[in-house]
Each structure stands twice: as C-alpha cells, then as structure tokens.
Design a protein around this ligand. Structure first.
Ligand SMILES: [Zn+2]
Length: 412
C-alpha cells in the first residue's frame, strides 16, 4: 500500500469513526498498519488508533500503539513526530494511573528541541503533567502545570485545550474543597462548548456536564447534579465512552448516597466498579470503594466498611494517591474509635498526619487544614494555596510557604 492509498484509507477510517462505526474504523486502520509501507502514514494511523482506544477506555491497547508510534517516530527522525508520540505515551500512562511515568514522559517532551508543533502541543503536555501531579495529590505542582496549560491555551486561542484545562481545574478544586471554584471552572468549560464547540466532539460537552454534576452534588444541589449527570451519561452511552460512563455511575451513586438512598446507591457503585476494573482506572476504583465504605458506615456495618477501606487503601498506595489515603485513614480512625481499638486508632492518626504533611494540605497563614471542609481558597503566583480570608486579613506580599514575591496578580 503506497502513500496515496494509505492517506485515503486513513480518511475512510476517520469518517467511519466520526459516524460512530468504531469497530469498522478500527478494522480499516489495522489493515493500513499491516499493509502500508509509508512511514508518515503509519505514524498517522497509529495516532488514530491511540485516540480511538483512549476514548473507548482500552488503555492497555492505547499504550501498545503509543509504544509502536515512538519507534516509527524514531525511524522518521523528526522532532515533531517524536514529541507527538511521547505525548501519547504520557497520556496512556496517565489513563492507566501510572503517574510517575506520565510525569517523566512529559518531561521528555518538554526537553525535546522547540518546534512549531512543540508550541502547540506544549499546553497539552502541561495538562497531562498537571493531571498526573493531581493523581499523586501534589497540589501545588498540579496547579502550576494547569496554569501553564491555560497560558498556552490563551496564547494560541486554543479553546478546546482551555475547555479541558477548566475540567481538570474543576477536579482540582473539588479535591481541595473550594466548591465554588469546583463549579465555576466546569461552567466555564460548558460556556466554551456553547460558544466555540459547534464542530467539536460531543465528549467535551459530556465532560463539562459531568464535572458540573460533581460540584453541584458537593454543594448540595442534588437536582441540578442529577440533571447534569444524566445529560453526560446520555452522551457517554451514545458514544460508547466507557471511562465517562463509569464516572457518571459513580456520580449517580454518590448523589443517591447524599440523599440517604443507599438501596439505590449500592448497585450503581457496583456497576461503576466493574467498568473501572475493566478499563484499568485504579484511582476510579478507589473513589468507588470510598463511597461504598461510607454507605456501610451509614448502615453501621463497621466490619464491611473496614474490609472495603482495606481494599481501597491498597489500591491508593499502589497508584500513589495521597488524598485518598488520607481520607481512608480518617474513616478508619472513626471506626476504630467506635470499636474501641486503641492501638489501631493511634496508627491511623499517625498515618493521617503524615498524609497531611505530604500533600501540604494546610494553610501556610493560619496553619489550619485545607480540604477538610468547603472553604474559599486563593492561590498565589507560586501556586501555593491559602484560605482566601487569611490572605485578605494578612495582606501578605510574599508566599509564607516559599517566600516568593506575590506582587503579580494571582491566579483566578
Ligand atoms: Zn488559612
């Protein structure tokens, strides 16, 4: 298969893919990979395969194609191709919750010689890196990367990237519990979809609706949460988007748990868990187990809760997510206290405080915790976060955590 025919077949696959005939599209692309001798064409088709498998949640296959794509890029001896394939490798690892590897591949990307394409992809590299830092609960570094990605998006008028960064920032503020910002950013993403997204894939709309649902639930607006989540799930089902289906099911379960309807919550947690397991989203599994443990606690089934927490703790340690570990120790603490298990209780208290130290989840001004309950936060230009009220009361000009000047206007 020569250059022209390769191009034609890739295009044919794209048309099939866009009209939701995914399996047929994959078949066409695999044939190209088998038969084409055109290196650039092979590189492109591998890119299509990476994207398609990512969207379906087949992350292990995604990783396999990304690895082959790197070999192809090396054969082509071209910096742009190499960058693109390393970005795909970083993303595959991000999806598989291999956060340290993600960060290391992102750093490889940033170390490659600067090119025109490099300027375009730099924002996406920063976004992936931010997501990985967030996965490790390294909040300051995560925020720094997201801010960088946002700057790239603004400088290049890349509204699609901006939309994705806003969703990640929603997730960030959900975790550090500034629910106002947790809602603000996905709303901003939804606005971008409305204003610019006519030609975009519907997954952007679905993604912003999902993040809005999460924030609405935390704010206690369960009706709006339900509406957004249903909208997101509808699109996820139409597109065979397994990863988003899993997240929506988790969100539905959390909404029902918030309503006190555990009977309805449990089967949704189960469904979410089975998809998370199928696709290999281990951090998602931890989040499901956290919800399930809270249900068991609400039912006063403390032994079942402890079993669930133990499973979650293993997974959380495996992926290196400190925030979940912190939350799990906190739950264990409560259970051990009510069961009168003094020794275990002390161990959990110690581990809990270690996690607080490691995540730096305390305000450098008042010394109190961040992320324990909903409060308005503000980041300084160094990306360290503080209580908004503490910054206003102290009128500080340099960051108490790192002593960097904060004369520049702060991050939104
Ligand atoms: Zn404070």
């Amino acid at each position: 298969m020569g250059q022209d025919q390769t191009k034609q077949q890739i295009e044919k696959g794209l048309q099939l893919y866009q009209s939701n005939q995914t399996e047929k599209a994959l078949h066409v692309w695999m044939k190209v990979l088998e038969k084409s001798s055109d290196l650039v064409g092979r590189f492109r088709v591998l890119g299509c395969l990476v994207t398609a498998h990512s969207e379906m949640g087949r992350y292990k296959e995604m990783l396999k194609f990304a690895v082959v794509q790197i070999d192809t890029a090396r054969e082509l001896e071209d910096a742009d191709f190499l960058l693109e394939s390393y970005l795909n490798l970083a993303r595959s690892n991000e999806k598989l919750c291999e956060f340290h590897k993600t960060i290391s591949y992102c750093k490889t990307c940033l170390g490659l010689p600067g090119t025109r394409v490099g300027a375009q992809l730099g924002g996406q590299v920063s976004l992936s890196m931010g997501n990985a830092f967030l996965g490790l609960s390294l909040f300051q570094k995560a925020l720094e990367s997201f801010e960088k990605a946002l700057r790239y998006a603004h400088n290049n008028d890349d509204t699609m990237l901006e939309c994705r960064v806003c969703c990640s920032l929603g997730s960030f503020y959900t975790q550090v519990k500034d629910y106002e910002k947790a809602l603000f950013f996905p709303c901003k993403a939804a606005e971008l979809v409305n204003d610019y997204g006519k030609g975009w894939s519907l997954k952007y709309r679905a993604m912003s609706q999902y993040h809005m649902a999460v924030a609405y639930r935390l704010l206690g607006h369960l009706g709006s949460a339900m509406e957004c989540c249903e909208e997101s799930m509808k699109i996820a089902l139409q597109h065979g988007d397994r990863p988003l289906q899993a997240l929506c099911l988790l969100c539905f379960a959390d909404i029902h748990r918030s309503r006190g309807d555990l009977e309805t919550a449990f089967p949704r947690y189960d469904s979410a868990m089975s998809i998370m397991t199928e696709i290999g989203n281990r951090l998602g599994q931890v989040q499901v187990l956290l919800g399930v443990a809270k249900c068991w606690m609400a039912r006063k089934s403390l032994d079942k809760a402890l079993d669930t927490i133990e499973r979650a703790q293993d997974l959380a340690e495996e992926v290196g997510n400190k925030l979940s570990q912190l939350k799990l120790h906190c739950l264990s603490e409560a259970i051990c206290r009510s069961k009168g298990l003094q020794q275990e209780l002390r161990a959990h208290v110690v581990r809990f405080h270690e996690c607080v130290e490691e995540t730096e989840l305390y305000c450098g001004l008042c010394g109190e915790s961040i992320g324990e309950k909903n409060s308005r936060l503000q980041a300084l230009p160094c990306s360290h976060i503080f209580h908004l009220r503490c910054l206003q009361n102290n009128g500080t000009r340099s960051c108490p955590n790192c002593r960097r000047s904060s004369m520049k206007p702060g991050f939104v």
